[in-house]
Design a protein around this ligand. Structure first.
Ligand SMILES: C[S@@+](CC[C@H](N)C(=O)[O-])C[C@H]1O[C@@H](n2cnc3c(N)ncnc32)[C@H](O)[C@@H]1O
Length: 276
């Protein structure tokens, strides 16, 4: 019998995801583990820990643990200023740099609302001829969240959070008691599993959104993730964090450009293109 099976899982989750459960969060983790035991017919957290320590633990149970130990809270146009500033940042960037395509990565996309919000902004700019074509990659460590993103289905409540009636009417249609994203917009986004601390994404991007995920990580993990992601920024591209998040004490190599109070972390200071 393990002395403290909850502490065993806190260590396991930290190694697998970087997320730290400590202090008051222990109780939250215990509740989540009890929930897994109930749904999986496992008698106790201790039994669950034994299973994880044996070679018999299934991939689906491991994934279930990751799904339940992550906080997937999100909404459409979360921190709306971020999206208006993103629009300005991209339009300004195109004054200086010719881009055949804009590539965006929502690197902890949860159930897809962040990537869809960007897609709506870019779709509008594209229709107005202000930007070239675009593609979005949306990844998350939670398989359950990625499955939901791929379905493109959102509840009445989810579509009431952050989505204007105009955008809802333009991009969603009612399907049963849910709302389905229009397939053209949905097809601009590729959704897939990715763990940021063992990332298997190697492409480069003009915008990387890393919002509301590092808050749950240890400083060393934040440093490693930012260091890796900064290598995946295109020359004039930028990394965007959540409102209230900062790279102070995490990374000194990226330069901040403020757009209406929102920080865009860039590898390079802007070099103007030659307008002859
Ligand atoms: C609070 S949500 C934020 C979603 C969205 N970025 C937003 O701001 O609304 C945090 C997400 O980070 C994901 N996450 C946590 N650790 C991760 C890791 N190591 N790799 C990839 N995603 C991770 C969680 O599964 C969760 O969906």
């Amino acid at each position: 019998m393990l002395l403290n099976p909850v502490a065993y899982f806190a260590g396991y989750i930290e190694r697998e995801t970087g997320i730290i459960y400590e202090g008051n969060n222990d109780y939250q983790l215990k509740m989540r583990l009890e929930e897994i035991c109930r749904t999986e017919n496992i008698s106790s957290i201790d039994e669950l820990a034994k299973l994880f320590q044996s070679s018999n633990v299934s991939l689906s149970l491991k994934q279930k643990l990751l799904d339940t130990s992550t906080n997937n809270e999100t909404l459409f146009f979360r921190d709306p200023k971020c999206f208006t500033s993103l629009e300005k940042f991209l339009v300004d960037l195109l004054v200086y740099v010719d881009l055949p395509e804009i590539r965006v990565w929502s690197a902890a996309s949860s159930t897809g609302q962040e990537a869809l919000s960007v897609a709506m902004i870019l779709d509008d700019l594209f229709a107005k001829g202000k930007i070239p074509n675009f593609s979005i990659l949306a990844t998350d460590i939670s398989d359950k969240a990625i499955k939901k993103s791929k379905s493109g289905l959102y509840t009445e409540f989810e579509t009431s959070r952050g989505l204007s009636p105009e955008r809802k009417a333009k991009y969603f249609t009612k399907e049963g008691d849910q709302w389905k994203v229009n397939s053209l917009l949905h097809s601009k986004i590729k959704f897939s599993y990715n763990n940021l601390i063992r990332s298997s994404v190697y492409d480069t991007f003009h915008i990387i959104l890393l919002r509301n995920v590092l808050i749950y990580q240890k400083v060393e993990m934040k440093k490693m993730v930012i260091e890796n992601l900064s290598k995946q920024l295109e020359n004039q591209g930028a990394l965007v964090l959540g409102a209230g998040e900062t790279l102070v004490g995490i990374n000194d190599n990226l330069h901040v450009e403020l757009v209406d109070g929102v920080s865009f972390y860039k590898k390079n200071i802007m070099v103007k293109k030659n307008i002859a």
